[in-house]
Design a protein around this ligand. Structure first.
Ligand code: AMP
Length: 485
């Protein structure tokens, strides 16, 4: 199956070929024809499957007849609205629109919170056919009457599950109320909860259902592993794994912003280049952290769930759950950061005693158990001495989130005036203070330590243990794949 056989117009065929794409991915094969046929679509697809091109290409084609180079804003009404939960995802979608639409005279712009609204007003004032937005900032524009959505023909909700998780349902409902009733709607979600189905029922008319991965299953080609390790030994084990496995790039998840900062700082002290990304950092800091990671200046990017949403890092080999997420669906989202576009990936979870219940919920969602690897002897509970816990460190946490940290809050609806919380970073640095250190750290690896220097009993668990690809974990094996870009 080629892109040409999907009946894409020459301008789009040129754009995909410029990108080096040879064949459409399964989601593109399934999504492009019904979208071109002006059907509503409900797509279950994770990031990494090529879903952005799956909706962007046909959307551009549907708008192409109206493309024009007139300088009059009136000739460029907003015809397509794409809503995304985070600015990172919105930015990536906007980039796809730009790249795939570069041979068409269609205009697009992006609006999201946390940055000056004035340039966004100016861009909207000039007229654009395609608007990519996060819900909170779009509502600000609606309230200030700086955006007109009365001519929208196509609505896309990308990562709808995440939007609901982030409490955007009231905002979405308000936005839907000002859109024309006659329109085409597309809803994409990595997971299909009951809540999503309800939203889909309200939003979509006789939708074409598209699924490209088993429901609620993480990307195949990802090897999943669990180490059961006390919370106090996690960092030492992480350092150890990074060294013995010669990890060049790992995205490490924690639940709270302050823990992201702290872990990144501590890893730095352990001699591992690390940086952090979370919603309290400014847009510039987030972009810098991501650039450092993508360009291999940082081995570890410590992230919270919200901040990591939509990150597109090609060939990311490792995702580490330093702490398991409170909702099992977030495990699927996290793991969606690796094993993308046909590249193999590894998902390592460090699970403390108080997280066993969370692990059970994840395994229930995946309908598979995740292999537990033997923990190297220096990291087992009997070897862990609590001397290593710093004075400011709480006792191992229970499964209820602490308050006061937006990245870790359970889902809730934002109250009036709080819309920007998810999108707008607070200025200045995180309120987390430098901890009061007890310098008897649990594990201080020698800077020169290499895999060879690690005692055998530490390396054994990683050798000769067959890694089971997720496809096998999920009851199948992946077919031959084309290596994507
Ligand atoms: P997405 O799932 O939209 O985040 O896309 C994941 C990655 O796949 C992006 O880096 C795209 O550039 C890439 N991609 C999308 N479609 C194709 C294709 N047909 N062939 C190769 N790579 C693709």
């Amino acid at each position: 199956m080629s892109f040409a056989s999907l009946k894409l117009i020459p301008e789009l065929l040129r754009a995909v070929s410029d990108e080096g794409y040879i064949d459409p991915t399964p989601i593109q094969i399934k999504a492009i024809p019904p979208i071109l046929g002006r059907r509503d679509v409900m797509g279950c697809a994770q990031t990494g499957t090529g879903k952005t091109a799956g909706f962007t290409l046909p959307l551009l084609q549907l708008l192409a007849p109206q493309a024009n180079t007139s300088s009059s804003p009136a000739r460029h009404p907003i015809r397509a609205l794409i809503l995304a939960p985070t600015r990172e995802l919105a930015a990536q979608v906007a980039e796809s629109v730009r790249v795939y639409g570069k041979h068409l005279a269609l205009r697009s712009t992006i609006v999201y919170g946390g940055v000056d609204i004035v340039p966004q007003k100016q861009a909207l004032h000039g007229g654009v056919e395609i608007l990519i937005a996060t819900p909170g900032r779009l509502l600000d524009h609606l309230e200030q009457r700086t955006v007109n959505l009365s001519r929208v023909e196509i609505l896309v909700l990308d990562e709808a599950d995440r939007m609901l998780d982030m409490g955007f349902l009231p905002d979405i409902t308000r936005i839907l109320a000002v859109l024309p009733k006659e329109r085409q709607s597309l809803l994409f979600s990595a997971t299909f909860s009951e809540e999503i189905r309800r939203l889909a029922k309200e939003l979509l008319r006789h939708p074409t259902l598209i699924e490209v991965a088993p429901r609620n299953a993480p990307a195949d080609l990802v090897t999943h592993e669990v180490y059961e390790v006390p919370a106090t030994r996690k960092r030492a084990l992480l350092c150890h794994l990074i060294r013995v496995r010669d990890v060049k790039q790992a995205l490490v998840f924690v639940r709270m912003k302050r823990d992201a900062n702290r872990l990144a700082r501590e890893l730095q002290r352990d001699g591992i280049n690390a940086t952090a990304i979370h919603s309290d950092r400014s847009q510039g800091e987030r972009e810098q952290a991501l650039a450092d990671f993508k360009e291999n200046r940082a081995t570890v990017l410590v992230a919270t769930d919200i901040a990591a949403r939509g990150l597109d890092i090609e060939q990311l080999p490792y995702v580490v759950n330093y702490e398991l997420p409170y909702t099992p669906e977030d495990y699927v989202h996290r793991i969606g950061r690796t094993g993308r576009a046909g590249m193999p990936g590894q998902a390592i979870s460090l699970v403390a005693g108080d997280e066993i219940k969370l692990l059970a919920a994840i395994e229930k969602l995946l309908k598979r158990s995740i292999p537990k690897l033997d923990v190297p002897s220096g990291f087992t509970p009997e070897h862990a001495y609590d001397r290593s816990r710093r004075r400011d460190e709480p006792a191992p946490r229970g499964a209820s989130p602490r308050t006061g940290d937006a990245d870790s809050r359970p889902p809730r609806s934002p109250r009036h005036g709080e819309r920007e919380r998810e999108n707008r970073p607070s200025h200045g640095r995180s309120s987390a203070k430098l901890p009061d250190f007890d310098f008897t750290k649990p594990y201080v690896p020698a800077p020169s330590s290499t895999p060879k220097e690690v005692p055998d009993d530490l390396t054994l668990p990683f050798r000769g243990r067959p890694k089971r690809p997720t496809a096998a974990l999920l009851g199948g094996t992946p077919g031959p794949r084309k290596s994507h870009k």
